[in-house]
Design a protein around this ligand. Structure first.
Ligand code: C2O
Ligand code: CU
Ligand code: CU
Length: 520
């Protein structure tokens, strides 16, 4: 038996849950034991169905939650949709989440954007089997910002997220409070996802039994259908229905006022070039890592899978009856690119012009918000001494590689081993093969990082929508581009992940561990 199988069996026993909580599986939960939480949530992943289209209900997987302790405002369910509840916390709070896996397969939850201990990060080796539980304990050390949560089991992240498992995780703090941003009904939360839905209203996704991913695992052969699907997933899977917070191209009634619009690209692989139909610029006040130092204003904003944007939308000058749409502007599919010679035949390809949501302005007047020149303190200092690691992103032998390697559950290289709290520059070089490659949104777990420079893809149609300001945890590296980021690694020691956030790429192995060594 392999070590992984033993761990799986161990994890299946009821004792394992207790053992894990007690830190007996070599996971440091000393912190967890030390303090009672401010917020305690029971989060259950289970199959359910929602009414997505007229006719038959759509089977989905869903996170539901129960608040066991803490302010009632902590959980904000998005009723009638596949999306998990919005979880709202404040910086400094101690959070405990009791995750219950009622799916027919193993799973684990990852808090994307949060700096948490190894035991709370949702590494695939911590996945619990069907019927199992996992207890997360962490303190919210992040500043205010828009994070999210989604599954992270080995080779099943894409399928499980697609099936519906995802939710927003919003952090507030005093710095954000001081800005008095539009809140309550003045805040819109848009999770962008695309899905393919069949004639019976069921979600369409390559199944593991005949997909290329299982072929790689050696489970049975790969039929012709499997080969087709492998080619499709290699480029990332695209849907032909655009969902905004669980509803297909919704129309939303709004007031004549200023809105804060928080947008998550929760799609498996679709890139968006966001714009407002009334031509007002896309004004971003924050991104993955929270508030920007100053607002950034662009005609259109590129949002890659995994990324978030915190926007200000001005509707005060509109008249009752006006509509304003959130669009994704058209761009050539080659801006995202494709794997080798293979192109997809998706009904709605990358770069298709999309109407995501329609806002219908009412006669009601609400407060106008004037965006301050200065939003937050900028705490970033470019390093002059940080070691530089060159990280090629390549496509070879029908697979994607990071620095020539694919994912292995426990392995890290010397270049992937860093000291707690140390500062490094990682230089992602997206090397197209024979002029072909794909844009990869590279994500690092834990700390938010900064983009130092970006070169080589100036004519790419997605380039002008990238502002590279502020802290981020997911950076787009366009085909042919080299992007340098500076990261100061977490003080939490352990094994963490970095990967492409095209979820099909992640599951194919475009993911690696990095190890943070404890401080001496
Ligand atoms: Cu949102 Cu490791 O991912
Ligand atoms: Cu993450
Ligand atoms: Cu990728």
């Amino acid at each position: 038996m392999q070590r992984r199988d033993i761990l799986r069996l161990l994890a299946a026993s009821p004792i394992a849950v207790a053992a894990r909580a007690a830190g007996l599986l070599q996971i440091d939960t000393a912190f967890a034991q030390a303090a009672s939480p401010d917020v305690e949530i029971e989060l259950t992943a289970s199959p359910t169905s929602v009414s997505l289209l007229p006719g038959a209900p759509t089977n989905v997987w869903h996170y539901s939650a129960r608040l066991l302790r803490g302010p009632a405002s902590t959980l904000q369910p998005i009723d009638g949709t596949h999306l998990g509840p919005v979880i709202r916390v404040r910086r400094g709070q101690r959070v405990r989440v009791r995750f219950r896996n009622q799916l027919p397969e193993s799973s684990i939850v990852h808090w994307h954007g949060l700096d948490v201990p190894e035991s709370a990060d949702g590494h695939p080796r911590l996945a619990v089997p069907s019927g199992g539980e996992y207890i997360y304990d962490f303190q919210v050390v992040n500043r205010a910002g828009t994070s999210w949560y989604h599954p992270h089991p080995h080779m099943r992240t894409a399928a499980q997220a697609y099936q519906g498992l995802a939710g927003l995780f919003l952090v507030a703090d005093d710095e954000e409070d001081a800005l008095k941003l539009p809140s309550g009904s003045g805040e819109l939360l848009f999770a962008l996802q695309d899905r393919r839905v069949d004639a019976n209203n069921q979600l369409v996704y390559p199944q593991p039994a005949d997909s290329g991913m299982s072929g790689r695992m050696g489970r049975g052969g790969m039929g012709r259908g499997g080969m087709m699907q492998m080619m499709e997933t290699m480029n990332g899977w695209l849907g032909d229905r655009m969902l905004v917070s669980g509803r297909i191209q919704p129309t939303i009634d709004v007031d004549r006022r200023t809105y804060r619009v928080r947008v998550l690209n929760g799609s498996n692989s679709r890139f968006y070039k966001l714009a407002w139909s009334d031509q007002q610029p896309v004004v971003a006040i924050g991104n993955d890592g929270g508030l920007l130092a100053r607002p950034s204003s662009l005609p259109a904003l590129t949002l890659a899978p995994g990324q978030r944007a915190d926007l200000i939308l001005e509707l005060s000058d509109h008249r009752a009856g006006d509509t304003v749409q959130l669009l994704s502007l058209p761009f050539p599919a080659d801006a995202v690119g494709h794997a080798g010679m293979m192109r997809n035949n998706f009904a709605v390809p990358q770069g298709a012009a999309l109407t995501l949501a329609t806002l219908r302005v009412s006669a009601r007047q609400g407060p106008r918000y004037v965006v301050p020149e200065k939003l937050a303190a900028d705490t970033f200092t470019p390093s002059t001494s940080a070691p530089v690691r060159h990280v090629p992103l390549t496509f070879m032998q029908m697979n994607w590689f990071i620095d020539g390697k694919t994912f292995d559950m426990e392995t890290v290289s010397a270049a992937e081993t860093v000291d707690a709290g140390s500062t490094h520059i990682w230089e992602f070089e997206n090397r197209p093969m024979m002029g072909m490659g794909m844009a990869h949104p590279m994500h690092m777990h834990g700390r938010q990082f900064r983009v130092l420079s970006r070169s080589g893809a100036d004519t790419n149609a997605l380039r002008s929508g990238i502002h590279d300001q502020g802290w981020t945890d997911t950076v787009v590296v366009l085909p042919g581009e080299t992007v340098r980021v500076q990261v100061t690694f977490s003080d939490y020691a352990g094994l963490f992940l970095y990967h492409c956030h095209i979820l099909e790429h992640e599951d194919m192995g475009m993911m690696r561990n990095f190890r943070i060594r404890p401080r001496a």
